[in-house]
Design a protein around this ligand. Structure first.
Ligand code: PLP
Length: 520
């Protein structure tokens, strides 16, 4: 039972250090009182005594520091993990760290974009790790310099790098940087970086370091994406259950070759599909519009129910992707083709919570899409490029405008303004997707008595709009408080948006309380 012995030993050591720390603190206090008695030394003997008391006090302070660092190191366990947007954590940390660093001539630049996949964090513990890395970087630059934070993501992990332009480390020092009690800094306890690494490992991640003397140091921190850590994805390909990593379609699939397919996305709350009838009506319309036939929608509805139950999902997202099918490459429809059907359900991690509360920044981007955006087609390249351009300026969404400046919608959400007390939005037309959340929000507006003016917004109107907000299946109702560098409505979510959010949540809470779904 080596593991149990380790735990026992760690607990013993923790308790022991805790007691020592209390004694050091008492000792330190006594020495403080003693040095006050000798505040005005009268002769060399007294001066020597003061010197000694001060030195003892310094040593005592250091022992308290080491004990605190040790306890911080030992206590990295029982994490309170929550799906978190790393961008927000970094922003909060830099809010207070950057001004302090600046006084020491250290400039901090962050390129951590919004919209990274959520990671599971114990936020206060993770902040301790991040602060350690920032302090480490700052200490490596006593004459000033630059700290750069950058982040990227792939489907499995989010990678954060903290890069400084400081004095760097020799290879043998870098190699030992994470060893407890190894420090080259005078007065350092040698527990800062080991604690940081332990915290990152406890999050299921990894921390590594690269360094070059007199050039600088780069710490690379990897964290697994929350949806990967969470429940297994439920996946049905052409009606057969397969692990998502093994679900494959042919390279001759027309969805792959021509983008010849459509999709639909539904949200599951408390194990029940939300606004199911509307989503299925849109799915039916999309299929009819592109003339994909032979999909049994009742069977799909049933398969969603079976997936929710057998996957044990409560909060989830359902994706339905349907392409025309597999056939030798030719533009015109092949005869005798069977559609490819992919249904997958994954646990939903609501990363929009803080954004719905505070509001978000969006970026204006040209609408380069085709003229049938009312079809929920898998051709999303123009949406992807617009959203990427927005991400690169730290915005969470791109709002799209036509050549004459008319606003259509956003890259994956519907857009609304509030002008002279009325909600302003485009009338449904082939230039926008008839959003299901948009339809529901307009019903809520009628219920709470806010009039709607179905006219498009123009990009020149945005600055003077009283409010802006977006809607979408995962996003729900989200306030927009900034368009590129321009603040909207004083940079705060407006009252109409707030009333709509309240109304939305009231209906949603009632829906959650309804009996759960049964078999069809
Ligand atoms: N507009 C576009 C272009 C979208 O892609 C989406 C959703 O994906 C929406 C609007 C919002 O639609 P819904 O409310 O049905 O999710």
């Amino acid at each position: 039972m080596p593991h149990q012995q380790d735990t026992e030993l760690a607990e013993l050591a923790g308790g022991f250090i805790h007691d020592l720390k209390n004694s050091f603190s008492t000792l330190s206090l006594q020495l403080q009182l003693l040095s006050e008695d000798f505040a005005d030394p009268q002769n060399p003997k007294e001066r020597r005594a003061v010197d000694r008391v001060n030195r003892l006090q310094g040593e005592c302070g250091r022992l308290v520091d080491i004990s605190n660092d040790f306890l911080r190191y030992a206590r990295v366990k029982d994490l309170d993990l929550k799906p978190t947007d790393l961008h927000l954590v970094v922003d909060e940390m830099l809010d207070f760290f950057s001004p302090v660093a600046k006084t020491g001539g250290v400039e901090v630049k962050s390129y951590v974009p919004a919209g990274l996949p959520a990671v599971l964090l114990d936020v206060s513990l993770f902040k301790q790790a991040l602060l350690n890395l920032l302090l480490n970087a700052q200490q490596a630059m006593p004459d000033g310099g630059k700290i750069t934070l950058q982040a990227s993501a792939d489907p499995l992990q989010v990678v954060l790098q903290v890069i400084d332009t400081g004095k760097g480390m020799l290879p043998e020092v870098a190699e030992r940087a994470f060893r407890p009690f190894y420090s080259t800094r005078p007065g350092g306890t040698g527990l800062g970086l080991p604690t940081t690494r332990k915290i990152v490992l406890a999050h299921g991640g990894d921390l590594s370091v690269e360094s070059e003397p007199s050039k600088g140091t780069r710490f690379t921190l990897c964290l697994p994406v929350a949806s990967v850590v969470g429940r297994e994805v439920y996946c049905l390909l052409n009606g057969t259950r397969v692990p998502i990593s093994e679900a494959k379609v042919s390279v001759l699939d027309r969805g792959f070759l021509f983008g010849d397919g459509i999709y639909e996305v539904l949200r599951i709350y408390s194990g029940k599909p939300w606004l199911e009838a509307d989503h299925f009506a849109r799915l039916e319309r999309s299929l009819a519009a592109v003339r994909i036939h032979g999909v049994d929608l009742d069977r799909l509805r049933k398969q969603i129910r079976e997936g929710i139950v057998s996957g044990g999902f409560s909060e989830a997202i359902v994706y339905i992707q349907i392409t025309r099918g597999v056939a030798p490459r030719a533009h015109a429809f092949p005869t005798n083709i069977r559609p490819t059907e992919l249904l997958w359900i994954k646990e939903a991690i609501d990363t929009y919570g803080p954004q719905r509360e505070r509001g978000v920044k969006v970026s204006l981007q040209p609408d380069l899409r085709w003229r049938r955006c009312d079809i929920k087609s898998v051709n999303l390249l123009a949406n992807v490029l617009a959203n990427q351009a927005a991400t690169e300026v730290n915005a969470v969404e791109a709002i799209l405008y036509l050549e004459d400046g008319t606003i259509t919608e956003a890259s994956h959400s519907s857009l609304f303004g509030v002008v002279e007390g009325k909600i302003r939005t485009t009338v449904n037309n082939p230039g926008i997707l008839p959003g299901i959340t948009r339809k529901f929000t307009l019903e809520l507006a009628a219920r709470i008595g806010v009039p709607v003016d179905f006219r498009s917004l123009h990009r020149d109107d945005l600055g003077s709009a009283e409010e802006l907000f977006m809607t979408g299946t995962s996003m729900e109702v989200c306030p927009v408080v900034q368009v590129d560098e321009q603040a909207i409505a004083g940079g705060k979510p407006g009252p109409v948006t707030r009333r709509l959010q309240e109304a939305y949540h009231k209906v949603l809470a009632e829906f959650r309380d309804e009996p759960s779904i049964g078999p069809m």
